[in-house]
Design a protein around this ligand. Structure first.
Ligand SMILES: Cc1cc2nc3c(=O)[nH]c(=O)nc-3n(C[C@H](O)[C@H](O)[C@H](O)COP(=O)(O)OP(=O)(O)OC[C@H]3O[C@@H](n4cnc5c(N)ncnc54)[C@H](O)[C@@H]3O)c2cc1C
Length: 400
């Protein structure tokens, strides 16, 4: 009997010794929950899948570039529809065994036990409430464009009225262009678009005032001479509507080629009902806001209207364990290549960080010592050590 008890204890110890090196610091449903399934969230999920992290991606499916005809300047995919790009990415990512992609909306993120893990609450279609635990959270929640109420802008957004030269400028090159923006921003936008268009009118919608002229002079000294030189006109009348006269969509164009001219035609009407103006396309500058408040509600600080993320810490926010990527973060870069890059960046840091935490707990377990709060703080500071695989240079410390 005594012999059998001793044997049992020995077997238990041997089994503990075998499993200890692999036991995580905290047991949770997932290593990471990614909130948002646009290009940023999909890239983070891919990076985590490649190292067999157990990941859940929850996506409410309202993508920023949904209205546009084609996604451009995405190497290897230049000119595909945004939906095709996401489909191809989802298909590839879901081939990895440790990943789940679901439709739903994350409603709350609750940090637990000094941020060692999080509880994530979500609504699935059909009013089904769910909750999961996770070691880390990746916010890939994107931005929402705040479009003016002028008739015709929201209706034609992404289809002849576009927001960035790299996205859709080439398709409207050498056409008669309008710029829709406040005076100061319209003037600086001219410099961005000149290699594509030279017949340009600025539709500044009543913002050509003495005060705004001063602001513009501060931003761009000599701007009036510059506009005269380029023969760019300012139209200050209040906009009433932008009406489509022709659709420039190219559904029958060769899909193997990245770009085809899009010959849209619009008529701009003004509040005074006089002299409408024809334009083929518009380059616009409108404000935007966070698509979701879940990050902010969990304590993530904003930098301007973006989720403040530390580039040297894998885009971690001020809340250790919560990362922010893609359009929503404070890199202030809003395009698909950045969404991919930032997702990958966080995936690498997050993966290494989890294993750092595991190693501290595993070593402590062998020495029978509890992991203290300050051990965890030190660990988060170590995310950017010079000899580490994740070292990204020295920047500001968001955790102090
Ligand atoms: C009209 C237009 C055209 C564009 N064209 C181009 C282009 O040609 N090339 C280019 O490089 N860039 C283009 N862009 C920019 C590009 O769309 C963005 O940079 C890119 O979509 C950012 O990806 P993201 O994953 O950060 O955000 P998004 O693609 O916006 O994805 C965010 C996702 O998170 C989801 N979400 C938000 N909150 C929650 C929540 N609480 N729970 C679950 N899910 C949530 C949203 O529903 C959405 O599905 C364009 C933008 C616009 C507006």
């Amino acid at each position: 009997m005594i012999f059998s008890n001793i044997l049992h204890v020995c077997l238990l110890l041997a089994s503990a010794a075998r499993s200890a090196p692999f036991s995580p610091a905290v047991e949770t449903d997932y290593d990471a929950i990614v909130v948002g399934g646009g290009p940023a969230g999909l890239a983070a999920t891919s990076g985590l899948a490649r190292v067999r992290r157990n990941v859940l991606l929850i996506d409410s499916g309202e993508y920023r570039n949904d209205p546009t005809r084609h996604a451009h300047d995405v190497l290897g995919f230049d000119g595909v529809t945004p939906a095709w790009l996401r489909f191809a990415a989802r298909q590839q990512v879901s081939d990895y065994g440790t990943v789940s992609l679901v439709n739903g909306t994350v409603t709350e993120i609750q940090p637990q036990n000094n941020n060692t893990f999080f509880k994530v609450l979500a609504e699935y279609p059909g009013n089904k409430s769910v909750s999961f635990t996770t070691r880390k959270v990746v916010l890939a929640t994107g931005m929402r464009d705040i479009l003016p109420s002028t008739t015709g802008i929201a209706e034609n957004w992404g289809k002849g009225i576009y927001w960035c030269p790299w996205c859709d400028g080439h398709e409207h090159a050498d056409q008669d262009l309008g710029i829709l923006a406040r005076l100061d921003s319209a003037v600086t936008s001219v410099r961005e678009i000149l290699t594509l268009n030279t017949d340009i009118i600025l539709f500044v919608n009543g913002t050509d005032t003495p005060a705004n002229r001063n602001i513009t002079e501060g931003k761009f000294p000599g701007w009036e001479k510059y506009l005269t030189l380029l023969n760019v006109k300012i139209e200050n009348r209040t906009l009433a509507s932008i009406n489509r006269l022709r659709d420039g969509a190219t559904p029958y164009a060769d899909p193997s080629l990245p770009t085809h001219p899009e010959h849209d035609l619009f008529q701009v009407e003004f509040a005074d009902n006089q002299n409408p103006i024809l334009r083929n396309a518009f380059f616009a500058d409108f404000p935007s806001e966070q698509k979701s408040k879940v990050g902010e509600n969990a304590g993530v600080q904003l930098y301007g209207n973006k989720l403040a993320a530390d580039g040297a810490g894998g885009l971690v926010t001020n809340v250790p364990g919560i990362f922010a990527i893609g359009d929503a973060n404070s890199d202030n870069v809003t395009n698909v290549p950045h969404a991919f890059f930032s997702g990958k960046r966080t995936a690498v840091f997050l993966h290494v960080q989890i294993e750092r935490e595991n190693s501290v707990a595993q070593i402590a377990a062998v020495g029978k010592r509890n992991v203290q709060n300050n051990d965890l703080q030190t660990l988060w500071r170590r995310m950017n050590e010079p000899d580490d695989v994740t070292f990204a240079g020295h920047t500001f410390d968001m955790l102090s």
